[in-house]
Design a protein around this ligand. Structure first.
Ligand code: ADP
Ligand code: MG
Length: 686
């Protein structure tokens, strides 16, 4: 830090040349030699177009000398990095412009706090907001702090700009025609304030073409045509350097309060621009947002549906026993090839042989059932088939659970003394023993009741020993309205022993598909190589289903990606327009100390904010459509359980990730363009 009277700015042979593409180069400053010391109050005067503003841009580290040496605090300008220049501007230089350069979308207090957003460090004891409020009070803006600058008078605007310039306690104030847009009374106030600030120790450099303004200064430098034509001390006001108060702000890390203020501002700035462009450019912004909205909605809906449908099918296969496979005689192939009809394996003699051959890998169970029988109880009757139960093992491995009563005993499965016992499917129990209007329910003593079976291969009387719990099944195949009795009992009751249809159950670790083929191999040999067989494995169906779901998910991704791409290009367009429309804002931010990275992240954040808003709306749409889809599914598939809509956290997460990703992907280029903007050029844009 410099002390009073030390050299602040030192120009040696500084030349500045404007070079633009379509215009000849213009030398605005010609080999200037100049030294400005700490604590001085300097007026730079000269006619319009003489190069005053150009000089101010150099002193404000916003432009680079084309030739010569410019030193700040003794440091060569050329040795400073872009970030160091930003930090110096932020902390040590306050700007006042003729056009005030306030940000119209920010309130007075937010405008004042703007430089603090880009501060590398801040005096720890200082609360950002309190600091700004104290400036508001000091400069007579109380009551205006939450207004937008547009509603203020010129004098008030310049005072807001002054507060902003003083926010970081700079030691230099650079003022370019600060009174140019003010009436003379207001101008006098501003000049008085500048004089006071100078008396308190700040270096003040005022650019003006008004000789009256210059009268306030201690030193008057006149520039004509890019040359210094005079440099004189104004005896009336000049202070002796020793009279200046010393001024040494300490650099410390930002305090917590300061950081939280900064985060609040950053978040606000993420969404406010979108809101603003929605307000001013309703249709354009809304249309652009629709692309991404639909993209995210479609991704969300597809992910939700594929995820949930997949889960429902997996559950279904799990309850249906995905480990089982079915082997049977292939009628169709037999007809085609002219193979003889197969009557089946004798369940008593041949099947045990086959079972023995494959028992290392699994077991074989005949699927025995009757045709449609008349089943009659004392209170009701049904027409349905009897289904054979092979063993307790099969019962337990399958999806059958006893709701009431008991399972058959092992000896009841025995071929020697097959028991005439029956398990009722849940629907069968209701129809037989608690038909509608009977006023009864199945908890009335069903167990021990008799049912009579006639009209099919099996005839006889059975004793009910149990009722099954409803079996969860996607498609009603009558499993809940069947009656189950031991297979041996069916055989004993007259059902043919020859079975062309088997259930094969592999041991743990053996593939159902492989086992089914293995069984078919033995079966083919046993039956003399003359019959064709085929098999059905739920496992294979699940694989097919998974493949289908995979393709669907892939398609989803492609559709979602396309929508997101279209939406993203829209977002990029909005951002480019936004950058274009806010060039001056970029200039102002850079002037108060924003680094390129600050500008880049601001626009990137805005782009992410825009995408999050669109994506969020898309998410809401997605949730609405998904719940509607589930409501419809419930309506049309009343048998399927678990069809209530639940928010899929994965779909939610991916949707948010897609939004943020699109924001980053499509915001990067506009943000880079914004960051690359030249400060001086940006400030000159209207
Ligand atoms: P002042 O502030 O004293 O009115 P400036 O420093 O703004 O003058 O400009 C000095 C000269 O440089 C003027 O003649 C002006 O036309 C010229 N000039 C300013 N900006 C540019 C530019 N971007 N390209 C070319 N010439 C410029
Ligand atoms: Mg000018």
């Amino acid at each position: 830090m410099t002390r009073s009277g030390e050299s602040l700015f030192q120009l040696e042979q500084v030349t500045y040349t404007y070079t633009a593409l379509n215009t000849p180069a213009y030398v605005a400053l010609k080999k200037l030699n100049l030294e400005i010391r700490r604590g001085e109050f300097v007026a730079i005067i000269g006619p319009s177009g003489s190069g005053k503003s150009t000089l101010m841009h150099l002193l404000g580290l916003m432009a680079e000398p084309s030739d010569g040496v410019l030193k700040i605090h003794g440091t060569d300008f050329a040795k400073l990095s872009a970030n160091e220049k930003s930090a110096l501007r932020n902390k040590h230089i306050g700007f006042l412009f003729q056009q005030f350069f306030l940000l119209p979308q920010l309130s007075v207090i937010e405008n004042i706090m703007l430089p603090a957003e880009y501060a590398v460090s801040m005096q720890q004891h200082e609360n950002l907001y309190e600091k700004a409020i104290s400036l508001v009070k000091r400069y007579g803006l109380t009551g205006q702090e939450h207004k937008k600058p547009t509603g203020l008078s010129g004098g008030q605007k310049q005072r807001v700009a002054l507060c902003r310039a003083l926010m970081m306690e700079p030691d230099v104030l650079l003022c370019d025609e600060p009174t140019g847009a003010l009436d003379s009374a207001t101008a006098q106030e501003v000049l008085q304030t500048l004089a006071e600030l100078n008396a308190a120790g700040r270096t003040v450099i005022v650019i003006t073409h008004d000789p009256e303004v210059a009268e306030r200064a201690g030193r008057i430098i006149k520039i004509v045509d890019g040359n210094i034509v005079s440099d004189s001390v104004n005896k009336k006001t000049s202070l002796h350097p020793d009279e200046l108060t010393s001024f040494t702000p300490e650099d410390v890390r930002p305090g917590a309060a300061f950081l939280s203020e900064r985060v609040k501002l950053a978040i606000k700035q993420m969404f406010v621009p979108t809101w603003q462009s929605l307000k001013t450019q309703k249709l354009r912004t809304a249309l652009t947002m629709t692309g991404l909205l639909l993209g995210v909605a479609s991704v969300f809906i597809m992910l939700t549906l594929t995820g949930r449908v997949g889960k429902i099918f997996e559950d279904f296969f799990a309850t249906q026993g995905s480990r089982e496979a079915f082997v049977n005689f292939d009628h169709r192939l037999a007809e085609k090839t002219g193979a003889p009809r197969w009557r089946g394996l004798n369940a008593k003699t041949e099947l045990p042989k086959l079972s023995q051959r494959v028992e290392r890998y699994g077991r074989i169970e005949p699927s025995v059932s009757t045709g449609s029988c008349a089943i009659v109880s004392s209170t009701g009757n049904i027409k349905n088939s009897l289904v054979g139960l092979n063993s307790l093992q099969q019962l337990r491995a399958g999806s059958m659970r006893i709701a009431k009563g008991r399972m058959p005993m092992p000896h009841e499965f025995d071929g020697k003394q097959p028991a005439r016992v029956a398990l009722l499917g849940s629907d069968a129990a209701v129809k037989l023993f608690a038909p509608r209007g009977s006023g009864k329910n199945t908890s009335d003593s069903v167990i021990g009741q008799h049912i009579v079976v006639r009209g099919c291969e099996f005839e006889g009387i059975l004793t009910v020993i149990g009722v099954l719990e409803p079996i969860d099944t996607l498609f009603d195949r009558g499993v809940n309205s069947s009656v189950y009795i031991p297979t041996q009992t069916l055989f004993a009751g007259g059902v043919s022993l020859y079975k062309p249809f088997f259930t094969v159950v592999p041991n743990e670790g053996v593939s159902p598909t492989w086992f089914a083929k293995h069984v078919i191999g033995h079966l083919t040999v046993m039956t003399g190589n003359q019959f064709p067989f085929r098999f059905f494995a739920a496992e294979q169906e699940l694989e097919k289903f998974n493949l289908m779901m995979g393709i669907l998910t892939g398609l989803t991704l492609v559709i979602g990606a396309l929508c997101t791409l279209i939406g993203g290009i829209g977002v990029m367009n909005i951002m480019l327009v936004s950058v274009h429309e806010r060039v001056q804002e970029i200039g102002i931010r850079k002037a108060v100390g924003a680094r390129d990275s600050h500008i880049r992240s601001q626009f990137l954040f805005e782009s992410v904010g825009l995408c999050l808003i669109s994506g969020g709306l898309g998410l809401l749409l997605g949730i609405a459509v998904s719940s509607l889809a589930f409501a419809l599914a419930r309506l049309f598939l009343p048998k399927v359980e678990n069809l209530s809509y639940q928010l899929d956290p994965m779909a939610l997460l991916i949707s948010i990730a897609v939004s943020v990703g699109a924001g980053i992907a499509f915001g990067t280029w506009p943000a880079r363009r914004a960051a690359a903007m030249d400060v001086v050029d940006a400030l000159k844009q209207e």
